[in-house]
Design a binder for this molecule. Structure first.
Ligand SMILES: [Zn+2]
Length: 873
């Protein structure tokens, strides 16, 4: 649809001739709040400068436009509103446009999302505008470099909170108007917000509903400002607002000093909202979060750590993104990578200590390496021709590789030079737009380094290189240890991206100490490397360590390999590292070797099962268990997979029993065991845990764990619909509905799988599941012990692609296409790759973003087949 798919060329042309002064947006949220389909009345007044005589357009996605008045002239909507654009002819130096429309409430998490709580029938709304969904709520020049001020006036039920970018005003009652929600009549009121400072439209926001509010405040360098925390009413007992506010305060203090600029807005609200697609969104002064970050049951510590990083990630955007905004979406990476990097830095320096960098290695880098080895990989600075390009670019390159490369850049120019450059960049471009070049100019000034060449190889070329050590040893010393006589680091480049890069790296030698009880660093060297092979003199003459780690301290963005001796030490002793970062790096290298078919998948399974019990970093445990699951499901030779899975389940149960009472590991092991339980014996244990007939010390079967156990029984054919209904009666909540959607789609019968498929793919128009239920049902559909059960849907998958991509919103289509890719049939269905190839050949005219999703899915299968081959040998 060309109307909604704004191109870069169109955006550049429009920015040349349009400059917005102000938007006045009046929303009556009550006009069609309970109608079907639900809508609301939206009135926009835009005042903007224009180049006289030119014509342009403004964006709006709306089921009905009632009137358009442009510079005093009534324009006919039937003629001027087409294909989600309103044509604006004959610009004047100063223009005024008024548009009255009915806009649609969404259930996809894009635009103004409407959620009705099954517990009490209350309705909760929130907006999500990035990348280009502001236009689903009001008429707007939908591009990041046409900034303006926004004045919102909102009419809503009078028992609601209405929250936006400006501080919440006192509502004025609307006499004589009422609305009935559920069975309860309510009065109405209007909230007239002050205009914002200049903002890009994608960070404006409206959040409205009977949210639970915890009043809070933050001490900023400008003085004390309001900072409230909100969530849905039923989640109120679980909201730890004091922790959120404490994290936030630490972030404020840290960033205001680091960026040398006070927090730019009048207040800072944080709202946990239902059915949110991402982790969070940096609306200026009005940040929204996924409500699963309010923990109603016990969660892995890794989830709490991730929440802290997310809180500080969003806060950093207030300066980097909201105050200084990218000119076009090709610099999205800079926005997101900066936030990822600097939030980890803030967490490391103010809350968690250096372990935050272990998490960074474990999560971010593995994501980046995976994405960078897909055939669809691209330079960090990507070509973004249109909005559909950017939608598929919220990926591991944009977030994780970019952040990893920024970490390397900080090592390259030095911490102080980097951040004084950033501070100058913020001072120079505040309330305006900037590009990568604008930042590099400042960094060159503060560091004295030429970043042109650096940017060329790091940002403008794709692919990840592999660093492999080459060690020669000679005579032994007095205690029999060989001495290193030659040492170099080889840089191997992938064929398709043959770029050699300079790296600042650490090299560490580790030895067993304390009678073999610990693996500790004996020496460390930091140096620059470049080209295919770099000889490093500083290492020569040292004793050969038990384990030599290239890229120690994880400064570089590169895959690493261990030499033979080090690999043997790692397999035997990885749990003995006293520091978590090298442990995480060595485990990541083993995972990487497994994915590259350089390590047998079952050897990797053994490595994990042998070491995970001693692991204390929750994120490492989480990642290892995920990798274990993926290895067993995809990479192990299918002929051996059942037995390997059964043995893994045995080992996981033993780990759960041996774990410390009430520990994080105990919970994670029980969950992983339940997900893999398949034999009558294992399912019997799950049943006893759920029925409270078997106990592990310190393990409470809380609501979410009960769902995990029930879903395990369902997948094993030991429970069905009646038990889902029974648990849903006990847990009659929105979260319960989500888990039940997963459980129903898991039922292992052909009829239940067909029903789940039809619900996901073939629902009649207007009856699509909301985004959150769709995500759960997708997981449930794929949750099978015997992949033959869902093999009949492979053809349906390729058949539905064009239709789903063309008829659903971007978010909904992408999640279905990625989530349902039939990768689990790798090695089990002979012509799986042929079917993908046939589709690609027959659909050369499909949008590049859709083709990309299929190409990525196909590559996952290719990798699995290679690993299965390595496993079979
Ligand atoms: Zn972000």
């Amino acid at each position: 649809m060309p109307g909604t798919n704004l191109t870069r060329a169109e955006a550049e042309a429009r920015a040349e001739i349009v400059a917005v002064d102000s938007y006045e947006v009046t929303l009556d949220l009550t006009t069609g709040l309970t109608a079907s389909p639900p809508t609301f009345r939206s009135t926009t007044v835009v005042r903007f400068g224009g180049r006289p005589g030119e014509s342009t357009f403004i964006d709006l996605i709306a089921p009905a436009v009632h009137s358009i008045v442009f510079n005093g002239v009534e324009l006919d909507p039937a003629k001027h509103f087409q294909d989600s654009r309103i044509a604006l002819p004959d610009l004047k130096p100063a223009n005024e446009l008024t548009v009255v429309a009915d806009c649609a409430y969404m259930n996809t998490g894009e635009g103004l999302h409407r959620f009705q709580d099954p517990e009490d029938g209350e309705i909760y709304l929130y907006s999500q505008f990035e990348v280009a969904d502001t236009r689903r709520v009001f008429a707007v020049f939908e591009q990041p470099d046409v900034k303006g001020t926004f004045q919102f006036t909102v009419t809503a039920p009078d028992h609601w909170h209405v929250i936006s970018n400006s501080p919440t005003p006192k509502p004025v009652p609307e006499p004589d108007r009422t609305i009935t929600i559920g069975d309860t009549p309510h009065g109405l009121a209007t909230w007239a917000f002050d205009p914002t400072v200049v903002l890009p439209c994608y960070v404006t926001a409206i959040v409205a509903g009977p949210y639970h509010r915890v009043d809070g405040s933050i001490l900023s360098s400008k003085g004390r400002i309001e900072a409230n925390v909100y969530c849905r009413q039923p989640l109120a007992p679980f909201l730890d607002a004091d922790v959120i506010l404490d994290n936030t305060q630490k972030g404020f203090t840290f960033y205001e000093k680091l960026f040398e600029t006070p927090y730019p807005y009048a207040k800072y609200d944080q709202i946990f909202v239902p059915e949110f697609n991402a982790g969070a969104m940096e609306n200026a002064g009005c940040v929204t979060f996924l409500e699963e970050y309010v923990f109603r049951s016990k969660v892995a510590e890794a989830r709490r750590e991730r929440r802290v990083v997310t809180v500080l990630h969003e806060l950093s955007h207030m300066w980097f993104g909201d105050l200084v905004t990218m000119k076009w979406w090709n610099d999205l990476w800079l926005n997101e990578s900066f936030a990822e990097y600097v939030s980890t830095l803030a967490v490391a320096e103010t809350i968690q200590g250096p372990a935050a960098w272990t998490t960074f290695n474990s999560l971010e880098k593995s994501w980046a390496y995976r994405q960078d080895q897909l055939p669809s990989t691209h330079p960090i600075v990507a070509t973004i021709n249109d909005l559909e390009d950017v939608e598929v670019n919220f990926d591991g390159i944009t977030y994780a590789k970019g952040a990893s490369v920024l970490k390397q850049l900080v090592a390259w120019v030095g911490h102080d030079a980097f951040f004084s450059g950033v501070a100058e960049y913020i001072r120079k471009h505040h309330h305006a737009n900037a590009t990568l070049r604008d930042l590099l100019v400042e960094l060159e000034k503060t560091s004295g380094r030429d970043l042109e060449a650096w940017s060329g190889v790091w940002l403008e070329k794709a692919g990840v290189t592999t660093l492999r050590p080459s060690i020669q040893t000679g005579a032994v010393d007095a205690d029999g240890t060989p001495i290193i006589t030659g040492f170099s680091v080889k840089q191997e480049v992938p064929e398709e991206w043959p770029t050699q890069r300079p790296h600042r790296i650490g090299i560490g030698g580790y030895d067993l100490t304390d009678d073999g009880a610990r693996l500790e660093r004996s020496w460390f060297v930091e140096t620059d490397i470049h080209g295919p092979s770099t000889s490093i003199e500083d290492v020569i003459g040292k004793k050969r360590p038990a384990l030599l780690l290239v890229n120690d301290e994880d400064l570089a963005y590169a895959k690493i390999r261990l030499d033979r001796v080090s690999l043997e030490t790692a397999v035997e002793h990885v749990s003995l590292f006293t520091e978590s970062l090298p442990r995480s790096m060595v485990l990541a290298a083993a995972w990487d070797m497994t994915r590259d078919a350089e390590m047998a998948p079952r050897a990797f399974v053994d490595l994990i099962l042998k070491n995970v019990g001693a692991e204390r970093e929750s994120t490492i445990v989480l990642m290892l268990l995920r990798q274990l699951s993926m290895t067993l499901d995809l990479y192990v030779d299918p002929a051996a997979a059942d037995e390997a899975s059964r043995k893994a389940a045995d080992a996981l149960w033993a780990l759960a029993e041996a774990a410390e009472a009430g520990s994080d590991n105990q919970l994670q092991f029980v969950r992983a065991f339940a997900a893999r339980a398949q034999t009558p014996e294992h399912l019997g244990i799950v049943r006893e845990l759920l029925d409270d007939k078997r106990h592990l010390d310190g393990l409470a079967i809380d609501t979410d764990l009960a769902w995990d156990l029930l879903i395990s029984l369902i997948a094993g054919g030991e429970a069905g619909a009646p038990e889902i209904d029974a648990l849903l009666t006990k847990d009659a909540t929105a979260s319960g509905e989500r888990r039940a959607a997963h459980a129903r789609a898991t039922i292992p019968t052909p009829e239940a799988k067909k029903a789940a498929w039809d619900r996901l793919i073939n629902a009649p128009a207007g009856e699509d599941m909301p985004n959150a239920l769709q995500a759960e049902a997708t997981l449930g559909f794929n949750h099978v012990h015997d992949t033959a059960l869902i093999a009949p849907f492979i053809d349906d998958y390729f058949d539905m692609l064009r239709r789903v991509y063309d008829t659903k919103t971007n978010e909904m289509a992408t999640n279905l296409i990625e989530g349902l890719y039939p990768a689990m049939h790798a090695g089990r269905v002979a012509d799986l790759q042929d079917r993908a190839d046939l589709w690609l050949a027959a659909n050369e005219d499909a949008h590049a973003a859709l083709r990309r999703l299929v190409i990525e899915g196909r590559d996952g299968v290719r990798r699995a087949l290679k690993a299965q081959e390595a496993d079979a040998q």
